[in-house]
Every structure is written in C-alpha cells, then in structure tokens.
Design a protein around this ligand. Structure first.
Ligand code: ADP
Length: 395
C-alpha cells in the first residue's frame, strides 16, 4: 500500500500528511511546531484519534524524529504504507521552475538562491527539505512550487510598468502564488461540471487568510492577483492588497517608518484586521450583521475588491464559464460569496440564495439555472495536489 509523504515547512514548524498513492485517502496528518523554543509541540491525527505531545525540539531534523515516532506509536505503520516519495511545498520557484521538480543538490541550490525573493519562506522550505532528506535518504524528494502554475502568464500580465533594466536586473515581475490550489480547484471544477478543462474559461477565487484570484483559460493561468510577493491584489486577513505605492513613500517621509516596520504594517497589521480589529471572517461578518459600522465598512472593502478582480478577469478572458470559490472563506462564507457577485446579472452572473446558503462540504453549484456563468464552491486540497504532482515526477 504505497503512500506519499507531503511536507509543508515553515521556519519554526512543519505540517505533514501521509496520503495513500492509490485511493488518495489521507492516512495521517500532523503538525510539529515551536521548533527551537524551550518546549516544542507536536500533533498527530489519524482516523483512530488525535495525539499531542510537548517536548524540546531543537531543530527540523529532531522534528522529523518526532514525526516518525508518532507514526510508530499511533500508526499508520510506515512499513505497511511505505512512502515512495516525499513532496515538498516550496513557495517561490522564481522564473526558473515551472513544474514540479525532483530535488537534486543543484535544484536545492537554486531554491536557496531564490530566498532573495522570498526571505521568509524559501529558507524555511530548504531547512525542511534537508531534514526530510536526512530522515528519508533513499526516497525521491520533489519540490512543488506555489508559483509554478502561473509561469504560463503572458509577459504583458506579469510585467510591471517599472523601468525595464532595473526590473530585469532585480527579477522584479509578477510571479503569483497559491498556484497549487488554483490548479487543483480549476481541474476539480471542470470534473464536477463534466466538461473538458481545455474548453473552459474560469475565475478561481482562493479566499483564505491569504487570498488570490486566478484567471484560468483552458487549464492555464493567464493572470493572477498576487504579484512579486503575496501582498498584491485582494484585501486579506492582515494584508493590504493593492494600494497606491505613493502611500508608502508618503508614510516614509511623514512618519520616518523603517522598512521592517513598513513590512509589518502592510503584511501583518492591515487588511480586515487593520480595518476592523477582526482577523477572522466569521467574527467580521457577525459584527457587521449586528450593525457595527467599522466592521460593515471592512466587509464592504473586502467584497468590493473581490468584485473588482472578477470584473477585470471577465474582461481579460472575454467572459467566463465558471467562477469558483475555494479556501476557508470561499468555501464557508455565504455572505462573502453572495456580496462579491451581487448585482452582476447583466454580466450573466446570478447566485441562487438558497443554494448558496445551504451548508455542504463538497463541490456544489450555487448559481441559478438561468445564470450564464456557473458559480461553484469547490474545496481545495493543496496537499493532495502536491502528492499527485510528486508521484508524477517520482514514478
Ligand atoms: P490559510 O490561508 O491559512 O490556509 P484558510 O484557507 O484555512 O487559511 O482560511 C482561513 C480563514 O477562513 C479564517 O481566517 C476564517 O476567516 C475563514 N473561515 C473559516 N471558516 C469560516 C466560516 N464558517 N465562515 C466564514 N469564514 C470562515
């Protein structure tokens, strides 16, 4: 019963899933966190139960030891479900990696080199890869990049209106993120409506803590709202999304704010948190429904930005067959879905309020039968997509 181990590594934590290679069932998942702190923490989940453990975990290598112990103690047994490959989520593949890639020493050097573009993420991914290679030295390790799916964007979609030689020298362009999710969801949506992916124009709305929109034409990303970094585009949980860059110059001149504080302000203290004090969409919609004006404004700003991108991508694609909501907010917030697409009947988009409000965990249609554009909710599963792509490379 072959399996694939999927690793998503951060600087002081990593998440893992063991996925059956044939049935694609999740056999176990877990989180090893607070690596390097006095007391680390690990959780391990299987169909039989949930386990937690607190202990010192000095580094990622020790973390993999903790994970292997959890499999040995609580199952499933790695002997009975031997991993045939390890798939790693890697945030930034730059313009170099446009598909899942077997990790050789040279590939690892290239991923490290891209740390300049993703200083918070790529070094942590590399650390996870090194530790996993030490724990599973005989297995193929595969990197699956968040940016790869968007490498099909045409140059006029990924180029900024910035002085060209400078942009080229410093590799400043739009890369896009959440590619694994946009790829998985656009394919799953095509399967669900029973139409060939190659024939469909789709707008995929990945609305989680981080959020991005992708215009998918025939299964290929042709534009996406995140850019050089995951800060561009939609208003997010704690990120501004699009903002006039002159605001940053003004802030620097006016308040003498330093670069690191500015980074914090834009990435961690803004978005719906900065607007309303609520980080979680559940709290925001509840507060807005109870009449809190600040929360109503924040929700209004959030959904208007989603609508603006839907309009932009309808224009870029020349219309859409499918609009697909996914991720924490997209899958669960009927309010955000309804308001983001409200008043677009003349563009062929009509949500069915009853279908939209019906709670359901699976893929479903939420537009009316008369709607020209079919609107769907499709749960994302980035780990499964990483496992599939890993197997494709490793086999
Ligand atoms: P991440 O980007 O961290 O993977 P998720 O895709 O899990 O995030 O999305 C997390 C967000 O989903 C939460 O911040 C929360 O706002 C939102 N969310 C989860 N459940 C609901 C719900 N029932 N209603 C509205 N929003 C929800």
């Amino acid at each position: 019963m072959a399996s694939v181990l999927v690793i998503n590594s951060g600087s002081s934590s990593f998440k893992y899933q063991l996925i059956d290679a044939d049935s694609e069932q999740r056999l176990a998942s877990g989180l090893v966190e607070r690596i390097g702190e006095t007391t680390g923490h690990a959780t391990h989940d299987t169909s039989d139960g949930h386990w937690e453990r607190s202990l010192g975990i000095p580094d990622h290598t020790a973390g993999f030891g903790v994970m292997i112990d959890a499999f040995a103690e609580h199952g499933p047994s790695l002997e009975e479900h031997p991993p045939v490959a390890v798939g790693h989520r890697v945030v930034h593949g730059g313009a170099r990696f446009f598909e899942p890639t077997l990790i050789t020493p040279l590939v690892l050097i290239n991923i490290e080199d891209l740390s300049e573009l993703a200083p918070l993420h790529n070094p942590a991914n590399v650390e996870g890869i090194r530790a996993a290679q030490a724990a599973f030295p005989d297995l193929p390790h595969v990197a699956v990049f968040d940016t790869a799916f968007h490498q099909t964007m045409p140059a006029d979609a990924y180029t900024y209106g910035l002085e060209a030689s400078l942009a080229e020298r410093l590799r400043i362009r739009r890369y896009g993120f959440h590619g694994t999710s946009h790829e998985f969801v656009s394919r799953a949506a095509a399967d669900f409506v029973g139409r060939p992916l190659a024939e469909l124009k789709q707008i995929v709305l990945h609305l989680g803590n981080g959020a991005s929109v992708c215009a998918v034409d025939g299964g290929r990303s042709v534009d996406t709202s995140m850019g050089f970094t995951p800060l561009e585009g939609l208003v997010m949980g704690t990120r501004t999304g699009d903002i006039d860059p002159a605001v940053l110059l003004y802030l620097q001149r006016k308040t003498r704010i330093g670069v690191d504080d500015l980074d914090d302000l834009l990435n961690k203290k803004s978005g719906i948190l900065g607007l309303s004090g609520h980080r979680d969409m559940r709290d925001l919609t509840r507060a807005a429904a109870s009449g809190d004006e600040t929360s109503r404004l924040a929700l209004g700003v959030y959904v208007r930005r989603v609508k603006r991108y839907v309009g932009a991508y309808l224009a870029e694609l020349g219309g859409a067959d499918l609009i697909v909501f996914t991720a924490g907010i997209g899958e669960n917030s009927s309010v955000v879905r309804e308001r983001s697409l409200a008043g677009m009947q003349s563009l062929g988009i009509e949500i069915d309020s009853n279908r939209n409000a019906m709670p359901n965990d699976g893929p479903r249609i939420i537009s009316t039968d008369a709607s020209v554009v079919t609107v769907l909710v499709v749960p994302t599963n980035e780990e499964l997509e990483i496992a599939r792509q890993t197997l494709r490379v490793a086999e």
